[in-house]
Ligand binder design. Structure first.
Ligand code: HEM
Length: 360
């Protein structure tokens, strides 16, 4: 745990990680002294729901590592760590391709880009000439569609926590109202916003606000970030994706044209996020095209993709899977195919006890 939230803010907002660390390390007279989590990416501390999910998968890792340690006496700590990491990586990939992407992209795009996990056997589609790097259009615009889904608040132990009050403020994780259990229950209990041209003021006026009225604007940052990276404008990308016709509600397209004057200048983020969603999905066709291409490259260009065959493939060592509690009934080769988000949540959070009584 590290105590200096200024370090974090500087590091997150100004991308000034090393300099901020040096600057803040020795200062102890800070007004903000929250405990924050240290993991590979400082952004874990952005809000308590994100920190909770990270913690759940860290616990899953430790749970699996404990099971492996008990089973494999000859394995060193490093091997146990690496094997557990590989299993958790597979769980996350499976949740992403099997549960998350179908919700976002819809079945037609999932099928046409070969994104669905197999129901049996190994995936043999690895292509050594596919570049799995993250595309600029994906990271500066398309995958930021989630910013339109952010709610005003988190449900927490019977109350609502406005996002502006919990940015980089993890105190709820450590309080006596259930902490991570209550945060994850609240997440399961609440709906996200639709992906559209509207974004909550919690992030367009109050992002990382430290004095009332002086928050940042995430929508503006997204647009600016796209320009920083020199990504093409919306209409060019739409054309490159073979998206034709009018894919916006006419009044939204009229607003975009009025704001930009020249349609060719319209930025990718605002136009993409406000497209009408594809059938069965949550986002419009241009963002869906970029996101599908990115996840296709991540699948086909990664030798370590969890369904692959080859020397790094998951093995038939059923005993391991059974002993670490990943398999309860039948034995399958690709055990991670059987996992669902809810399993990880139920095993690693919600440790409360409940009393159920019949209604009279
Ligand atoms: C309360 C929730 C969220 C907050 C406060 C938030 C905030 C931020 C901030 C401050 C940035 C950095 C912007 C920049 O400097 O360019 C960012 C980047 C990003 N966000 Fe979010 N975000 C949230 C949720 C989401 C969701 C739900 C998604 C996707 C489903 C998402 C996707 C991204 C992506 C792809 C980036 C770019 C990351 C990178 O450049 O490495 N965010 N977000």
């Amino acid at each position: 745990m590290f105590k200096y939230v200024e370090w974090l803010v500087d590091s997150c907002i100004n991308s000034n990680h090393a300099a901020a660390t040096l600057q803040w390390r020795n200062r102890i007279d800070l007004p903000y002294t929250f405990y924050i989590s240290i993991i590979g990416d400082v952004r874990v501390n952005q809000h308590p729901a994100l920190a909770s999910l990270h913690t759940i998968f860290m616990r899953e890792h430790n749970r699996i590592a404990t099971g492996l340690g008990a089973l494999k006496n000859s394995w060193s700590d490093q091997i146990i760590f690496d094997e557990a990491r590989k299993i958790v990586g597979a769980i996350l990939q499976h949740i992403t391709y099997n549960e998350y992407l179908p919700e976002i992209l819809g079945s037609v795009i999932m099928n046409s880009n070969g994104l669905n996990p197999l129901s049996a056997g190994y995936f043999n589609g690895y292509q050594s000439n596919t570049n799995p790097s993250i595309m600029n259009e994906f990271v500066t615009a398309a995958f930021r569609f989630g910013h339109s889904m952010i709610r005003d608040s988190l449900n927490y132990h019977g109350t609502s926590l406005l996002f502006k009050d919990v940015f980089i403020n993890p105190v709820t994780l450590y309080d006596t109202n259930g902490g991570i259990d209550s945060i994850t229950k609240g997440l399961v209990d609440s709906q996200s916003q639709k992906v559209d041209n509207l974004i909550t003021q919690q992030v367009t006026r109050h992002l990382f606000e430290r004095q009332p009225g002086f928050g940042a604007d995430l929508a503006a940052i997204n647009i600016q970030r796209g320009r920083d990276h020199g990504i093409p404008f919306y209409l060019l990308i739409k054309k490159a994706c073979n998206v034709t016709g009018n894919v916006h509600n006419p009044s939204i397209w009229a607003s975009l044209k009025a704001i930009y004057h020249i349609p060719d200048d319209i930025d990718l983020f605002p136009a993409g996020v406000s497209e009408t969603p594809v059938a069965g999905g949550k986002i419009g066709p241009t963002f869906a095209c970029i996101i599908a291409k990115q996840f296709e490259a991540l699948k086909k260009g990664d030798r370590y993709y969890y369904e692959n065959s080859g020397s790094q493939a998951f093995t038939l060592d059923h005993h391991i899977w059974v002993s670490v509690g990943l398999l309860k009934d039948e034995l399958t080769r690709q055990v991670s195919r059987r996992l669902r988000t809810r399993r990880s949540l139920c095993t690693n959070a919600w440790t409360f006890s409940a009393t159920i009584s019949a209604k009279g």
